[in-house]
Ligand binder design. Structure first.
Ligand code: ATP
Ligand code: MG
Length: 719
């Protein structure tokens, strides 16, 4: 028996509080633990210890997580501890399996299919109702409907509930307009006998509530429940947990209220904080020793949290660093985003030459749109990288081609290639031009990285199971593709802060820390700002040894330096100690009398003062839409033989993009648009605005958007 499989060895790797979690008797256990304090370690060790000492049957455990990646991580940690047969699943996959298995007992006819193209379905509904149906509006509508379903609010209840919750209705609608779209979407779905991602949870909960016999069978199958990141549970998931328990009490929940980053999607950290009141006999354990990060990183994280208004207090909410000292976190400002990205790529190169592995380094940003600059800069320096959040990986042409080839190879021979799985995969991918040496050129390099990631995955599979076959690899790839989870290659991670949750790297560079980006410009309410702060806290606490925080004073080279660094930086760095401070640029602008409501930089022209925002700030305007408008203006100016600003000034164009008018009346309300220009240009401008988008929020594995429900495999496996 390896040391890890010895129960005493398991205990010896834990501190006193972690041991308390492991040794707590059967019954409710609640672990309130900060970032990096060993939450996941405590859960896995508790399960392993009980399994190894005969206190629990591992095949009767249901360990719940929020992402397939986290489920995979739990499974492999448990396997390493000598407990390989635990079911670690996402809420959705657990619910889907139950629904498919019990469907014949609760309904006649085949189980409904899953929505595979929610955007198309919702877009069709929006078009029919005469509502904005561009990609961004449809996506926002989907997010709103997903929120409503996560908090169990029907289409009829939506208008009142959304107003009460202070939601901002998307697509230029008022709350009742969104309610009408929601209602029509539900009707369209049921007319086609379809279920979406959220329905899977709702219908499963409905089935278990209506059929106590089925609930009892499920509870019999899963006697022990564990939920990681319980602060991210939404009301329907909490209801499911209770239904799965079916009066049972063997439940262990672990969470950190400081890391709640999905409230916008319906998560409610009160389910974690109220757990002890709900189960008065629960063992409650606080962990506060941070084993992940150096004291320097921990103090930045603690300071950021300390600055939160209405910060919850109590034991365990301030991290206590356990590791030896490391370098001071650095804060760097740059004149523009291009030089920021170049510096980050140079720093990654330096770390690599210092002996860091590429997989030890991460670049984290707030929005998906920000990753491109870093991808480009890393490519220019031939630094391998992996973009997390990974819809892109499985969408890449070479990855799709590789999957087709690998599936073909499985059909021809499902066994293990004679030279070993990884070598066999390399041979198959050689027909796509892959070789062990990286080629030159950005595009070729990117393609090579993708294919190498697939070979790397084969190597990982073999490391876990020397008997792994091509069938296993293809199945693994399929489930990752459906879950939008890219295999981990040996590359620098470029990821959104959301997608970084639960992960750790030796060196973390957090870029783009300017006002308007962090906190994001549309986070206006105190709650939204608090969530932005927690998001940065999550990002900071990913760093083990090195932390670098960067921001750029302007978007493009040559533009005026108008951005200000994120307000959170000042708080995280502190003003009361020798904490690191940002380098001040010589000649940086003095605080203006009129300031931009996004970046708080100076407003220099009358037009900027009119819109209350400087021309270079992201505001709510999609840069692509601004570009489209600029292109149109160029043509218009050439045609009329007038300078471009005579059509519309830059400030007006940006204001139009920000307001996204849907009618002439709305266009007229945009500062800089008068009656004459309205009559001349309204048609063209409204047409362009109808097809633009908004800056997309990077949500990683968040339950918002479309990839997730496409991801649900049509599995009929039942445990
Ligand atoms: P997060 O909040 O990011 O989810 P977490 O609380 O789940 O973090 P883990 O990922 O379990 O924390 O642990 C963080 C790091 O600390 C890991 O590298 C883990 O191996 C290490 N660690 C945890 N507990 C101990 C311990 N008692 N001794 C040594 N290392 C530990
Ligand atoms: Mg964890």
């Amino acid at each position: 028996m390896p040391a890890a499989c010895d129960p005493d060895a398991l205990l010896s790797g834990l501190d006193a509080e972690q041991r308390q979690v492991v040794l707590a008797p059967a019954g409710p256990v609640c672990v309130l633990a900060g970032a990096g304090t060993g939450k996941t370690r405590a859960i896995t060790h508790r399960l392993a210890y009980r399994a190894l000492t005969g206190g629990l049957d591992p095949s009767r455990v249901l360990a719940l997580t929020f992402t397939t990646r986290a489920a995979g991580e739990l499974r492999s940690r448990l396997a390493r501890l000598g407990v390989p047969r635990v079911r670690a699943r996402t809420f959705h996959s657990a619910a889907l399996r139950q629904l498919q298995y019990f469907w014949p007992q609760v309904a006649s006819g085949p189980a409904p299919s899953l929505v595979t193209a929610k955007a198309a379905l919702l877009g069709e509904v929006a078009l029919r109702l005469g509502v904005r149906h561009d990609r961004a509006s449809v996506r926002d509508l989907a997010g709103e409907i997903e929120w409503a379903k996560a908090v169990e609010i029907s289409a009829e209840e939506y208008p009142a509930a959304a107003s009460a919750a202070g939601r901002q209705p998307p697509a230029g609608l008022d709350p009742s307009g969104v309610g009408r779209v929601y209602h029509a979407y539900e009707q369209a779905k049921s007319a086609r006998s379809l279920l979406d991602f959220e329905d899977v949870l709702l219908v499963t909960a409905g089935m278990l509530a209506a059929r106590p016999d089925i609930a009892a069978q499920v509870a019999q199958t899963y006697r022990y429940l564990t939920v990681d990141e319980f602060q991210d549970v939404n009301p329907v998931q909490r209801r499911l947990v209770e239904l799965w328990l079916d009066g049972g009490r063997d439940i262990c929940v672990v969470g950190d209220t400081a890391q709640t980053i999905y409230s916008f999607a319906g998560a409610d950290a009160r389910f974690l904080t109220e757990f002890p009141a709900r189960y008065p006999d629960a063992q409650v354990v606080w962990l506060e020793r941070d084993y992940r990060s150096t004291p320097q990183v921990v103090s930045v994280a603690n300071r950021l949290l300390r600055g939160a208004p209405r910060r919850p207090t109590g034991p365990g909410l301030t991290l206590v660093a356990q590791r030896p000292d490391g370098p001071d976190p650095r804060v760097l400002d740059f004149p523009d985003e291009v030089s920021e990205a170049r510096w980050v790529a140079d720093e990654a190169t330096r770390l690599l030459t210092e002996g860091y592995a590429a997989r030890d380094i991460a670049v984290l940003v707030r929005t998906n749109a920000q990753t491109a600059a870093f991808e480009e800069a890393l490519t220019a320096r031939s630094v391998p990288f992996v973009v997390r959040g990974a819809a892109r990986f499985f969408d890449r042409a070479e990855v799709r081609q590789a999957l087709t080839l690998l599936r073909g190879a499985v059909r021809a021979d499902p066994g293990r290639p004679s030279g070993g799985l990884a070598a066999g995969v390399g041979d198959i991918l050689a027909t796509l031009g892959w070789g062990p040496q990286a080629p030159g050129g950005a595009a070729a390099r990117t393609r090579w990285e993708s294919l190498s990631a697939l070979v790397g995955l084969a190597e990982e599979l073999v490391a876990e199971d020397p008997e792994a076959t091509l069938v296993d690899l293809v199945a693994d790839l399929q489930s990752r593709a459906t879950a939008q989870h890219a295999p981990v290659a040996d590359g620098v991670t470029v990821a959104s802060m959301h997608a970084a949750k639960g992960l750790e790297w030796r060196a973390v560079m957090i870029a783009g820390l300017a006002e308007g980006i962090v906190p994001i410009s549309y986070a206006e309410s105190p709650d939204a700002l608090a969530e932005e702060r927690r998001l940065l806290y999550v990002a900071i606490t990913r760093a083990r040894d090195q932390l670098v925080l960067t921001w750029a004073a302007a978007r493009a080279p040559g533009s005026r330096a108008r951005r200000r660094r994120s307000r959170f930086l000042d708080e995280a760095l502190g003003t009361d100690s020798g904490a690191p401070r940002a380098r001040r640029e010589p000649g940086s602008p003095r605080r203006p009398t009129a300031s931009c409501r996004v970046c708080h930089g100076p407003l220099r022209t009358a037009a900027e003062r009119a819109v209350g925002r400087c021309a270079e700030c992201p505001g709510g305007a999609d840069p692509r839409l601004v570009e489209q408008l600029r292109g149109w203006r160029r043509g218009e100016a050439e045609r009329a033989k007038v300078p471009a600003y005579c059509v519309f000034t830059d400030a007006t164009l940006i204001a139009i993009a920000e307001h996204r008018p849907t009618s002439p009346a709305e266009l007229l309300r945009v500062p800089g648009v008068g009656q004459v220009k309205l009559e001349r240009y309204a048609l063209a401008v409204l047409e362009i605005c109808g097809t633009g988008g908004t800056i997309e929020d990077a949500t990683g594995d968040a339950p918002v958007g479309f990839p997730a429900e496409i991801a649900l495999p049509g599995a009929t496996i039942v445990s």
